[in-house]
Design a binder for this molecule. Sequence first.
Ligand SMILES: Nc1ncnc2c1ncn2[C@@H]1O[C@H](COP(=O)(O)OP(=O)(O)OP(=O)(O)O)[C@@H](O)[C@H]1O
Ligand SMILES: [Mg+2]
Length: 369
Amino acid sequence: MASVILRNVLKRYDETEVLRDVNLDIGDGEFVVFVGPSGCGKTTLMRMIAGLEDISAGDLTIDGTRMNDVPPAKRGIAMVFQSYALYPHMTLYDNMAFGLKLAGAKKPEIDAAVKNAAKILHIDHLLDRKPKQLSGGQRQRVAIGRAITRKPKVFLFDEPLSNLDAALRVKMRLEFARLHDELKTTMIYVTHDQVEAMTLADKIVVLSAGNVEQVGSPNRLYHAPANRFVAGFIGSPKMNFLDGVVQQVASDGIVVRYETGETQKVAVEARGAREGDKVTVGIRPEHLHVGTGDYGVSAKAMTVESLGDAAYLYAESPVAPDGLIARIPPLERHERGEVMKLGATPDHCHLFDANGQAFERRFAQELAA
Ligand SMILES: Nc1ncnc2c1ncn2[C@@H]1O[C@H](COP(=O)(O)OP(=O)(O)OP(=O)(O)O)[C@@H](O)[C@H]1O
Ligand SMILES: [Mg+2]
């Protein structure tokens, strides 16, 4: 077990900076998830921690020791890649024993480590098989098992479930949660899957184009995103954004006027906002309601997508360039072209200034622990 600390870490390939000003404190035993759009630097950051990429500037400390110049094998980490190559001609047992054998471990020690890992991962009945005799999920577990036998201080997982089908992903997601509970080892995990990030992480790191946008608990990122990027990235379907200007700064929030002349009150701290300032209201699909209350904007229904347990209404409005999405009861019907008012209660709204920085929400504290 170990903490991982990054200070002002920068990565450059030739002239191109692909990561900058990365400052992260990963606590001993924490489960940390990196998310961000493709190409934002998640794999690069992980490979720098593993020692597979040089660190161009800044400091990496693992378990209190500066690691910048320590070779990968001496860092006490184990990495499981997206494409987890197993040796096809070896049994599962030998696949899992391989790393320890290379390291010169004695037979009884290897045997105990392999059996322990196999038991944790529920593959102890498969140890005589070869990889081709396994399902994708079982193969995945062997790759993780190989990492466990090395008893690392830190696990690095780069999109470990992306090759699996939806049902198996759910199963393996629960296995990861259990694995972390049992081993209590520091884990860093990259995923494109919102549900994996929200459910597994103690702490999520949101990256965009080489910058850390926000670090926080899943609830904090969901209920109190620091900026428009994080607000739009965390949550699916994504948050609605409606452009307007500050009409009035009141003691209990800000009234925003849309170009249609309609308004939306937002319960945020005013933080220097002035009448006429350009702002963007953010409302999650589950909070955007049809036709109720004083606040909202008129919109034109486009289509309804029914998912069985819920339905999503897609609508158009000139104040929302990306369109609007509202979660509605499963059996609610709307005609294409129907004009309706879409709005939310002030407590459920987010507000961003012209630079995309969030105003502090008045009621987000208890949600965003
Ligand atoms: N060896 C390299 N030389 C030059 N540029 C590189 C190299 N490796 C990665 N990059 C660039 O660094 C950036 C970050 O890449 P990285 O693989 O870390 O992204 P990622 O967040 O893991 O993306 P994905 O979600 O698609 O896996 C990209 O713009 C990529 O093109
Ligand atoms: Mg990657």
